[in-house]
Design a protein around this ligand. Structure first.
Ligand code: IMP
Ligand code: MG
Length: 175
């Protein structure tokens, strides 16, 4: 069986949307600074591009949690693989994710972060699959809503492959 990636959102479409998200976030946080938390590894490409488009002061930290195994289904549990380097107490935290699917990962993570007393806690995701939601999650900023398809690129992987694609695509399997 061979795999083929069909383009869903072009590089230009994604870049333009990120630019507009950056403008919106900069306006919303005018006069404040933002502590961006990237959920590794998927959120890393999006976070870098978004951070470049934000005009208020930004600091960055990274966290790694496991939700998926090698396949395409969420396990329903998260494990902290790498915790934050710095305290988030009193900071305006913006969590940056690649995609929200069932919502399980983010709802766990947001509860954990809220317990550490940030000044504010918001969520920005490049992609959202609302039809797949199992657990309610408040999303403050969404790049694109996508159908119930398994997408790759712009940080998203299938078995660790395709993260480096500069666009968002759908993996199709052929005999
Ligand atoms: P959730 O807990 O089901 O919301 O899963 C969220 C995580 O699963 C995301 O951060 C991704 O790492 C991964 N994920 C969900 N859907 C996809 C997809 O379509 N392609 C690649 N990874 C996905
Ligand atoms: Mg992720």
């Amino acid at each position: 069986m061979s795999e083929n990636v069909r383009v869903l959102l072009t590089e230009e479409e994604v870049d333009e949307r990120i630019r507009r998200l950056g403008e919106q976030i900069s306006r919303d946080y005018a006069g404040k600074s933002i502590h961006m938390i990237c959920v590794l590894k998927g959120g890393s490409f999006f976070m870098c591009e978004l951070a470049k488009r934000i005009t208020v002061p930004v600091s960055l930290d990274f966290m790694s949690v496991s939700s998926y195994g090698g396949g395409t289904e969420s396990s329903g549990q998260i494990k902290i693989i790498k915790d934050l380097d710095e305290s988030i107490e009193g900071k305006n935290v913006l969590v940056v994710e690649d995609i929200i699917d069932s919502g399980r990962t983010l709802s766990h993570l947001l509860k954990l972060l809220a317990s550490r007393h940030p000044e504010s806690l918001s969520l920005c995701t490049l992609l959202d699959k609302p039809d797949r939601r199992v657990v309610d999650v408040d999303v403050d900023y969404t790049g694109f809503e996508v159908e119930d398809l398994f997408v790759v690129g712009y940080g998203l992987d299938y078995d660790q492959k395709y993260r480096n694609l500069p666009y968002v695509g759908v993996v199709e399997f052929e005999e």
